[in-house]
Design a binder for this molecule. Sequence first.
Ligand SMILES: [Zn+2]
Length: 442
Amino acid sequence: MARCAPADSPVGPLAVRRFDRREFQRLLLGGGLGAFLAGCGGDAGDYTAEDAEQLARQMREEAERTGRGRFGVLRFRGYRGLAELPWFELSPEGRLRTAVELPGIIDVHTHLGMSLYAPLDQTRRSERVRHLLDCDATDPGCELDLDVYVNANFSEAAHAALSREFVAGAVGLGEATRTHTAANLLAEMDDVGVARAAVLPIELALPFAGSLAERWSQAIREGGWGERLLPFASVHPGDGDAAAKLRALAAAGARGVKLHPELQRFFPDAPEAMALYGTCQELGLPVIFHAGRSGIEPERIRKFALLRRYEPAVAAFPGVRFVFGHGGARDLEAAIPIARAHRNVWLDLSSLGVSQIDRALGALGPERLVFGSDWPFYHLATTLAKVLIVTGGEVAARDAILRGNAEALLAPPAASSARKVGGAPLCGLARAQRDGGSGGTG
Ligand SMILES: [Zn+2]
């Protein structure tokens, strides 16, 4: 099986010794980040012409069908243009906020600024958050179509600027990244009624970068934000110390684990990753994956996000709650049958268009759909608007997606065993945990 073993990984200890810190920062600024993260090997069959065609077809059909679904045309000017919808308004200062009572929302998918090489002042407030894909940068704002995968709203130039911002932000020079602070996230949460948010680091295992997971959970502790910001862990499955690091992060209060197969360059069914899910099972931590192809990533890393590589993981660890980030993204159609077959799979709805969210709701029911925003890529209201449109007057489904399901998902294992998972009693999960599960190796 193709795998991302430490020996052929660019992120192993050998890589650390090849650079000194200053050299490495120059490499980053010179645009060498992509080359550094060239990814581990794989088999020729890992990404086929059919895979590529399937993605191209999805994107073509999405563009053709926008506005033709049962919700009609949903195009706005900028994130602030969402104030035209009945649930939102602009404050006197021009901030987008909710105009109705909603259940204290739980957002399972946010990040802080990925400032890998420079500390970010998490208490800093800004007049305006510059989202990584910033639909409010111009006046009027960019056209925001809620019926396409969200990144389709942004130009080539905006996507190129996003890549540059990542690199600049990593070394503390990103103008936008400086606004991606906990204080700004909390202010936007207040605006739109988000009570709590899972904060997801991604462990890129770059030399000298330190651990975002450690840094962010420390900042949350020191800021006294632990009631509202739920720190997640992230480790690299190819790291020989991954299990020990995960245990330490869990002991420090991590509420789950974020893994990003594309950015971290590993196959979700690689042996090292499977071993890690065993540790997650033992610790009772849910796993939120980036899952599926977004359509804007480099083609060479798309093989890591194909849904067929996730199914062996969720099948082998029925006692672990897995969230497919972005509901499987442009590969939602491949995620749905997996979620149908495995009740330990949940879909976070960040980035999906209204017709895609409607499709997921129709195919799976509301019980395992959870609200996610992918802040600071987009304004928190973007996915929220879509969920409100799709659920319409179905208040029970709306409240489950915006809050109740995430409460069950994120509950510590002891408390969650008395609850229900996906509408079914949790005894299967409790039993799997007691028995060490099927295939759990720790
Ligand atoms: Zn994300």
